[in-house]
Design a protein around this ligand. Structure first.
Ligand code: S3P
Ligand code: PEP
Length: 430
């Protein structure tokens, strides 16, 4: 566990950052590439702890990965050619790895056991296991959590299912199982969630259909190995977007950011708060990409409702930080999913920002934030990531506008999604 003295931005932030690869897309590229016919080439893959968990799990089943310069090559395998792993598969801290692999591994000819770290072992896994069992998968959980055992299984049937929570992880787990089922599946989501799996399947010539909120998946796992260029992670760009807006004397240019509309809800919310964010050099391939730029601006409070959450689910901690600097009240409802992330993010965001003098009130399903408040840290105030990457990075951005010295406990949690975060911060600190 590393402790880090956080820096204050006395003269603002200036410069250009190239945003590292998207975590969600990296997981999906590795997983689907593992079962494609031919050699999948992935460029700009995110090299982070969570993506390593995905690669190691598939390698343990016999998938071959070869890394050369900046390209990861995967030789896809048929399910029947895989072998049982010699030990439990360690999902580390990664919810996406766990839930998506439960779907992908629900028709394997051998058993696998999934384990995870302390945080992951507290997160709900029944949301995927329950519908997968309806399809015929044989999954044992431990009181709804990891460790999980997925038993050898040779039959899956399609499912007609409406997700009780808006979750791209559950949707994708069901799509991955549905591709291996014997009959067609209809998967309905209450609010549209990130559609990276659907886009990647189209790029692999195995499209799924969408009718409004329903994804229709026909049986067949015949994927054609693609060449994938992973766009920069919008969720990583989010730290700099909000930093750009709230740190005085700041101007930031963010290159290579994925702007898939199912991911950029934060941009819309910040615009509602009065922000201007400039989008340039749009490129539209399987996933749209652009450069974003921001300058320091005064924001105002807004009301956020449940339908706003899925498109900004991982960025809500940064929205709360922005709201501490906005004029007036910001109320966020419908964000109860934050309670089952790497930490209970409603609790950790509230506790940690209030240590710096913010006025954040915890609601059962969100937050009430009064702004603007000057953040201050009397004599070496300690804050903690609680082992949650996004909380650690949010606090490092908060420290930029805090009077006094902030010390961050468990700073290396950032390695989960953005290992070069502190190096990038050094690049733009004036
Ligand atoms: O599908 C994905 O890659 C993800 C979906 C979201 O989780 P939920 O599906 O639990 O909302 C998000 O919070 C997570 O960081 C990544
Ligand atoms: C919730 C997150 O990831 P995961 O669910 O994959 O652990 C995240 O990256 O914020």
């Amino acid at each position: 566990m590393t402790t880090r003295n956080l820096k204050t931005a006395k003269q603002g932030l200036q410069g250009t950052l190239t945003i590292p690869g998207d975590k969600s897309i990296s997981h999906r590229a590795v997983m689907l590439g593992s079962f494609a016919q031919g050699i999948t080439e992935i460029r700009n893959l995110l090299h982070s702890a969570d993506v390593k968990s995905t690669i190691q799990a598939l390698r343990a089943l016999g998938v071959e990965f070869e890394e050369q310069a900046t390209v990861l090559r995967i030789r896809g395998r048929q399910l029947a050619d895989l072998h049982a792993p010699s030990e439990p598969l360690d999902m580390g801290n990664s919810g996406t790895t766990t839930r998506l692999l439960m779907g992908l591994f629900s028709r394997l000819p051998f058993d696998v056991e999934l384990i995870g770290d302390g945080s992951l072992s507290k997160r709900p896994m029944d949301r995927v296991a329950i519908p997968l069992r309806t399809m015929g998968a044989q999954i044992d959980l431990t009181n709804g959590h990891l460790p999980a055992r997925i038993h050898a299984n040779d039959r899956l049937q399609g499912i007609d299912y409406t997700l009780p929570v808006a979750s791209a992880q559950v949707k994708t787990a069901l799509i991955f199982a549905a591709l291996q089922a014997d009959t067609v599946s209809h998967i309905e989501e209450p609010v549209v969630t990130r559609d990276h799996s659907e886009r990647m399947l189209l790029a692999m010539q195995r499209p799924v259909e969408r009718h409004q909120h329903t994804v229709i998946v026909r049986p067949g796992l015949q994927l054609v190995a693609p060449q994938i260029v992973v766009p920069g992670d919008f969720s990583s760009a989010a730290f700099w977007l909000v930093a750009g807006l709230i740190v005085p004397q700041t101007q930031l240019y963010l290159q290579n950011v994925g702007i898939n509309p199912t991911r950029t809800g934060l941009v819309k919310l910040l615009q509602r708060m009065g922000a201007t964010i400039t989008v340039q050099n749009r490129i539209s391939t399987a996933e749209p990409v652009a450069d974003l730029s921001v300058v320091h601006q005064q924001l105002h409070g807004i009301e956020v409702v449940a339908d706003d959450i899925p498109g900004a689910v991982d960025e809500i901690p940064m929205l709360v930080l922005a709201a501490t600097q906005a004029n007036g009240l910001t109320i966020i409802h419908g964000a109860q999913e934050l309670r089952v992330k790497e930490t209970d993010r409603i609790a950790t965001v509230t506790t940690e920002l209030n240590k710096l003098g913010a006025q954040v009130e915890e609601l059962p399903d969100g937050f009430k934030i009064t702004g603007p408040t000057r953040l201050h840290a009397p004599a070496g105030t300690m804050v903690s990531s609680h082992g949650d990457h996004r909380i650690g990075m949010m606090l490092a951005i908060a420290a930029l506008i805090t009077d006094g010295q902030v010390v961050l406990e468990d700073a290396d949690a950032v390695d989960v999604s953005y290992p070069q975060f502190f190096a990038d911060l050094e690049k733009v600190l004036v």
